[in-house]
Design a binder for this molecule. Structure first.
Ligand SMILES: Nc1ncnc2c1ncn2[C@@H]1O[C@H](COP(=O)(O)OP(=O)(O)OP(=O)(O)O)[C@@H](O)[C@H]1O
Length: 262
């Protein structure tokens, strides 16, 4: 749908059967072509939001649309528009690199000839051509990270979701991955990145949202967020915000305690 945002999320809530409210009314719009960062501490709701977008988790209420396609009612179209590079390297380790990409393309209904051409193009782009007939298990850590990006891009998704793509990787590999994802974005793919690294978000993202307790608590460019909190870096803005929220929580706890006592 022409002109539709890459991702439109309106008043999204998710309550798991355990009673945990992982998302409490999240609204978010990511424009086509944007590089968007979603930041938050462990358990803030980032994975739940991604899983709702890719159909792994069913939202309790609210709307998600990917380039205009409803993520629940129009699942196939919405899912096809998304490429997901999960945090965990979930390959079938016994498949070769070519097979890994080929099976992924097959899942998304790509004809054989197109799969062949696309997989050769991606293996080349990610400097993996020489390893194409080797099993995924034989790759180095950096190669595995590149393969997960190649696999996510295989079916030419318009929205690429990167779930903590550089968690636990060394500085050199992080810089290399940054170069790749910058290029993918420059070539027109919209990116939603979740990360714990504030400097990564500052470096790569056009816009950033902080999520906490299942709510978006701040959103803007790195410059607007630092200006809003009167600080120099995104990390300081995050700490300032986290501090204020802790303070607010403490106050609420005090009020609750006072109410119980009275
Ligand atoms: N399948 C599930 N069943 C019940 N509760 C869940 C489930 N998945 C996540 N949660 C809970 O939902 C909340 C949000 O978790 P989520 O995994 O979305 O956070 P996150 O921001 O991705 O965290 P992390 O940075 O650690 O990956 C947490 O309290 C978590 O324990």
């Amino acid at each position: 749908m022409a002109g539709a945002p890459a991702l439109h999320i309106a008043d999204l809530t998710k309550r798991y059967p355990t009673g945990t409210e992982a998302l409490r009314g999240v609204s978010l719009d990511i424009a086509a072509g944007e590089f968007f960062g979603l930041l938050g501490r462990n358990g803030a709701g980032k994975s739940t939001l991604i899983h709702c977008t890719t159909g792994l988790v069913r939202p309790t209420s609210g709307a998600i649309r990917v380039f205009g396609h409803d993520a629940v009612d129009d699942y196939e179209q919405a899912r096809t528009a998304v490429g997901l590079a999960p945090q965990e390297l979930n390959f079938d380790w016994f498949l070769t690199l070519e097979e890994t990409l080929d099976y992924h393309g097959g899942y998304f209904g790509m004809p054989r000839k197109e799969r062949r051409a696309r997989s050769a193009e991606l293996l080349e782009a990610f400097s993996l051509s020489e390893k194409r007939r080797e099993r995924a298990m034989t790759l180095s850590g950096g190669m595995k990270r590149r393969l997960i990006l190649a696999r996510a891009l295989m079916h030419r998704p318009r929205l690429l979701i990167l779930d903590e793509p550089t968690a636990g990787v060394d500085v050199e590999l992080r810089l290399e991955l940054w170069r790749y994802v910058r290029r993918i974005n420059a070539e027109g793919t919209t990116i939603l990145l979740t990360t714990h690294y504030l400097e990564e978000a500052e470096e790569l993202c056009d816009r950033i949202a902080f999520i906490d307790g299942g709510r978006i608590v701040a959103e803007g460019t790195s410059a607007s967020l630092t200006a809003e909190y009167g600080v120099e870096t995104l990390e300081d803005a995050y700490l300032e915000l986290a501090g204020r929220r802790e303070l607010a929580r403490g106050r609420l706890d005090d009020v609750a305690a006072a109410e119980v006592a009275s």
